[in-house]
Design a protein around this ligand. Sequence first.
Ligand SMILES: *[C@@H]1O[C@H](CO)[C@@H](O)[C@H](O)[C@H]1NC(C)=O
Ligand SMILES: *[C@@H]1O[C@H](CO)[C@@H](O)[C@H](O)[C@H]1NC(C)=O
Ligand SMILES: *[C@@H]1O[C@H](CO)[C@@H](O)[C@H](O)[C@H]1NC(C)=O
Ligand SMILES: *[C@@H]1O[C@H](CO)[C@@H](O)[C@H](O)[C@H]1NC(C)=O
Length: 831
Amino acid sequence: MRPRPSRFLQLLLVVVIACAVPGVRCSDRRFPHLDRVRELQRREGSSSAEQEAAARGLLARLLPSHSTSFEFRVISTSTELCGGKTCFVINNHPLFDGEGTPEILILGASGVEISAGFHWYLKHYCAAHISWDKTGGAQLSTIPRPGSLPRVPDGGVLIQRPIDWSYYQNAVTSSYSFAWWDWDRWEKEIDWMALQGINLPLAFTGQESIWQRIFERYNISKSDLDDFFGGPAFLAWSRMANMHGWGGPLPQTWLDDQLVLQKKILSRMYSFGMFPVLPAFSGNIPAALKSKFPSAKVTHLGNWFTVDSNPRWCCTYLLDASDPLFVEIGKMFIEEQIREYGRTSHIYNCDTFDENTPPLSDPNYISSLGAATFRGMQSGDNDAIWLMQGWLFTYDPFWEPPQMKALLHSVPVGKMIVLDLYAEVKPVWINSDQLYGVPYIWCMLHNFAADFEMYGVLDALASGPIDARLSDNSTMVGVGMSMEGIEQNPIVYDLMSEMAFHHRQVDLQVWVKTYPTRRYGKPVKGLQDAWWILYRTLYNCTDGKNDKNRDVIVAFPDVEPFVIATPGLHVNTRQMYSTVPSKNYIRKDVSSDAYEHPHLWYDTNAVIHALELFLQHGDEVSDSNTFRYDLVDLTRQVLAKYANDVFLKIIESYKSNNMNQVTILCQHFLSLVNDLDTLLSSHEGFLLGPWLESAKGLARNSEQEIQYEWNARTQITMWFDNTETKASLLRDYANKYWSGLLQDYYGPRAAIYFKHLLLSMENNAPFALKEWRREWISLTNNWQSDRKVFSTTATGDPLNISQSLYTKYLSNADLLGLVEGTGSPWKSASL
Ligand SMILES: *[C@@H]1O[C@H](CO)[C@@H](O)[C@H](O)[C@H]1NC(C)=O
Ligand SMILES: *[C@@H]1O[C@H](CO)[C@@H](O)[C@H](O)[C@H]1NC(C)=O
Ligand SMILES: *[C@@H]1O[C@H](CO)[C@@H](O)[C@H](O)[C@H]1NC(C)=O
Ligand SMILES: *[C@@H]1O[C@H](CO)[C@@H](O)[C@H](O)[C@H]1NC(C)=O
């Protein structure tokens, strides 16, 4: 037993010791525990040579033509250069002497810092641009050839991080985006992280394999675990105890392969000097463990979105943190990971209460749960820091200040870092006395379920993290990106990752002007104008709503047409066929709302005008892959909202009993879905094929191929145990504007609904809601087990396709003009 010095003495000692050690940043003394772990990480981290090699490897992959142009060197944060902070310095190389000699010398406190410095140089001195491959990839054509690279100012460019941590991922990104990744894809992503300066990524891959070993020690068999782990596309939710068994069982080869993959991922992250965050035990246990320990304190959690609480996947078991078994398992899990991986960065994620409400609200109880949860981690690693997603504080009203405080203070201040997960829209830090003194990371959530929508809050990104850090008594220790899915909206991520290095608010007037130039590789005035419009519309969402995509095409309304409000319609000539008195119905129609209206926060005409500018100037950049991505995405966005309006017109015409018009508009809608499919097929970022093929690519035999493909198709359509006529609540949650999905699934689904609309009119009968559901669900289940192969390569010319769709749908609004009584927002669109 170590004697416990008083808290004050403990604090003082740590600071004094820490500051005496070279390499420790002493400017930030708010959280000595964190400083201590930083110091440990430095001592135990990869050598300078390894980190330099990692950055050189990245250079060779990204820009092989320039591999002799750059020299990279790791320096200590304590050098005069860094001034005790994490920093990078870009210098003209003193030995530069023409092509073939090094031109630019980048010094950085770690491999990540060097990579971020390299990116900074490419971005700000060569007008280059980096984005995910699916969003058009990198624009490197503006980088001059070796020997002619731009010089930086004499004396070099020093960038110090205002704050240490740069966090990446959400507990569900692993399933929505990474589910089927192989090492090649991971390697690219880790390079991307390094370029963006990310040093605190989650590393969740392969954990089931560790769990298998732990539970084996309790004589839990592989078949017991079959009922515990979710399928490959659903691991995020079985890890969080939301459900069990769905999509499983996991084949042993999956478990083994993912562990091998995890070791590669970790090893690469460490070589860059990143601090990967490993999972910790949250109490989530297989049912079999409960029967082995009948006296253990176990809570049977409630239903998380399953249809009929079917125990096959509903309602998992949570081991109470106060049970001695909890600490035992928690300890073993940490120790086994450290043993298997050979190292740790001492930061562990645990989200016991993510979308699971604790059984009691007594703060003492919550506090004891928190403390015991942490004890599980700490007994496996004495230096453990608990990283917790703060989503629960946004999502679940259970967490009132006393409960929040109890959880946050259940461990010594500085031993827990909270992610303020949705700070760009619903910051928790502002109303919680800075999370009651606990260090937090300002995170941008931005995306739900890897849906597609051109959306963002750029103003909040450019100022939010700065305001938070400079606020009185700030406890912010980092910035982060906690999106549920990646590979969308590159502008948002380009800006957000920069915020790790900015000390002052970014002037977006300037930044937004240079963005298209970097992105497309040349300045085009019309495209700058277009982006200026997009910045003020799509990327300035200030309504505070979650941008969960519920566009009609991808999330078809599952309601009786009469409950859909059609605000433009003043006279209802059609009666609702039900026993409900018509007065009630009219009230219902006006206020509506079984129907979740799609999110619309901007002036659609302005955005159509931006699309016109894209089309007018497209020829000037038509060979740019980044432009092609943006053009497809913008056309998709415009037509998606247009389709929402067409749908309302259909409902309106149905209500006014205009069968001819319903017929025409339904055809119009269905041809739009097919045309959109054609549009999407013209860029690799919008294809269903790669998702399915990569799933099959991880299979070791044909049986697994079938299982993995089914998992992949199910995640993006309808989860769980729909009954014949009851759809899962988790349907279309992870919807996708992907070519293949529109033509093969969303289109046929819309056709079923329309068929029933027309039947109802023809037969003068109520809309057959139950029949629609039966057919839709059966279509879905058939689609999920289908094996049709979809293209993994793009076809067609986006500019050409976009132009023709513009002409067909937007340049003349006659079709929508058919309907009286509403001003169509589409009329003024013209080139
Ligand atoms: C597991 O089973 C073995 C052999 O039946 C037994 O000796 C051991 O005590 C069991 N362990 C646990 C934790 O139940
Ligand atoms: C900051 O902390 C000081 C000292 O505890 C306190 O007096 C002050 O009110 C705090 N400021 C804010 C804005 O909470
Ligand atoms: C974004 O919207 C807010 C609120 O409507 C407005 O005050 C702000 O000026 C807008 N920003 C831009 C860049 O248009
Ligand atoms: C699109 O391509 C087709 C076939 O190559 C061509 O006939 C047509 O004129 C093009 N349309 C536009 C708008 O460029």
